[in-house]
Design a protein around this ligand. Structure first.
Ligand SMILES: *Cc1c(COP(=O)(O)O)cnc(C)c1O
Length: 395
């Protein structure tokens, strides 16, 4: 029998979350009398640890897929994805441009090096480009004072047939927690994008779920939002849970109890003896450790569910095991099911918070050695045919 640990990936939950995001965008846009933003479903990092194939299936109704890796983009095309594919960091070397060209990928152009490579490129078909502007995150993008000149060079490339559709993009650094910083970044973007016709793309999950933000962009411009984490059923906000946002967890990490120890007062558990029993304590040993992707920094008190009941982690997480408190769950024994995070257990965000990190990191860090079980959707995948508008209930 294989080691009793499993990550279940629900393609139905992916569909649900995309539909949830899309229908709220449509509803709000209707209220504002404007066109709803189009959705790039972000599937970088192997679809945030859920697998590229699941991303393609679960987000079949999205207007496009966004990612980082050229090979992943090619894999999506080869898997039959025909709508736009966006490379969020663009490309890295001159020879990549021919792959971008061959597979009809949309790219971000965020720096001078890329612009120069494009000026020396020969392409069979024009490449769709998002000019990335650095509005204060200071990661990627042209500085505001250099953006206009970069745009003019892209317009020249458009005339030569090297560039196809043109748009502008930016990235928020604090859309999840600081409206003032976000307002400033948006003001910088709007002051520049006003003279750069074409589509605009500014919103990650936090901004996509904040209608007051995307609604500030001019209604006549086609907007593409770029939600990632929310589509996987985790929250981009520290103070709002995914459940409150109407999202369903996509990944459920489950395992079993493989041993039980009776600890008398004064007995300690695990490496470093970080937990010492004050009362008689029944300790369950779970077949999950940091080599499976469970965070080692999660300490005593981290939520976990055993046999359907909430309890807590005890002591330090080992490489292959962790300990949980079975004292309040007398019926739990060897073989009892454990949910580390996901459906029927704590949210990945709650576990992440206990470990001083974010749900993103835990989902992306699920280890290769954990077997995956893919749960197919209850309803057939119609999105690829009907598109986002049909999905959101529009004609
Ligand atoms: C990862 C990423 C996103 C998605 O961010 P989430 O917080 O997961 O929604 C959007 N845009 C860019 C440029 C990204 O790199």
């Amino acid at each position: 029998m294989p080691r009793p640990i499993m990550a279940t990936i629900s393609v139905g939950a992916m569909q649900h979350n995309l539909q949830r995001v899309a229908s709220s965008l449509h509803e709000q846009a209707r209220g504002l009398g404007r066109e709803a933003p189009r959705v790039w479903a972000v599937i970088k990092a192997n679809a945030y640890g859920h697998g590229l194939a699941q991303g393609i299936a679960g987000f079949a109704a999205a207007d496009g897929l966004a990612m980082l890796d050229l090979a992943e983009a090619v894999a999506c095309r080869e898997a039959g994805w025909q709508r736009p594919i966006m490379l969020l960091e663009g490309w890295f070397e001159p020879q990549d441009i021919s792959v971008v060209d061959t597979y009809g990928l949309t790219v971000s152009v965020h720096g001078e090096d890329q612009l120069r490579m494009l000026e020396h490129a020969r392409v069979a078909r024009p490449i769709h480009v998002n000019l990335k502007i650095n509005t204060g995150m200071n990661r990627l993008g042209f500085a505001p004072h250099a953006a206009q000149a970069a745009w003019q060079r892209l317009v020249a490339l458009q005339r030569r047939g090297v560039v196809g559709e043109l748009g502008s993009m930016m990235h928020f650094s604090r859309a999840d927690d600081d409206p003032a910083v976000t307002r400033d970044q948006l003001a910088v973007f709007k002051s520049l994008a006003g003279s750069m016709p074409g589509f605009v793309s500014v919103c990650n999950s936090a901004a996509t779920l904040t209608p007051a933000l995307w609604a500030q962009l001019p209604p006549e411009r086609t907007q593409w939002v770029r939600p990632g984490i929310c589509l996987y059923g985790a929250s981009p906000f520290a103070d709002r849970s995914a459940a409150d946002l109407g999202l369903r967890p996509v990944m459920t990490l489950s395992a079993r109890i493989i041993a039980v120890q009776q600890c008398l007062p004064g007995a300690s558990v695990g490496y470093g003896h970080l937990y010492t029993a004050e009362h008689p304590t029944r300790v369950g040993i779970v077949a999950c450790g940091y080599a499976d992707g469970y965070p080692r920094h999660a300490g005593t008190g981290t939520p976990v569910t055993v046999a359907g009941r909430a309890t807590r982690l005890l002591g330090r997480v080992s490489m292959d095991m962790l300990a949980v408190d079975l004292t309040p769950i007398p019926e739990a024994t060897v073989g009892s099911p454990v949910v580390l995070w996901g459906e029927g257990g704590p949210s990945v965000d709650a576990v992440a918070q206990a470990a001083g990190t974010v749900g993103y990191e835990l989902l992306c860090a699920l280890a290769q050695r954990v077997p995956r079980r893919i749960e197919p959707p209850a309803s057939p995948l119609t999105g690829a045919v009907t598109g986002m508008n049909a999905l959101a209930g529009e004609s």
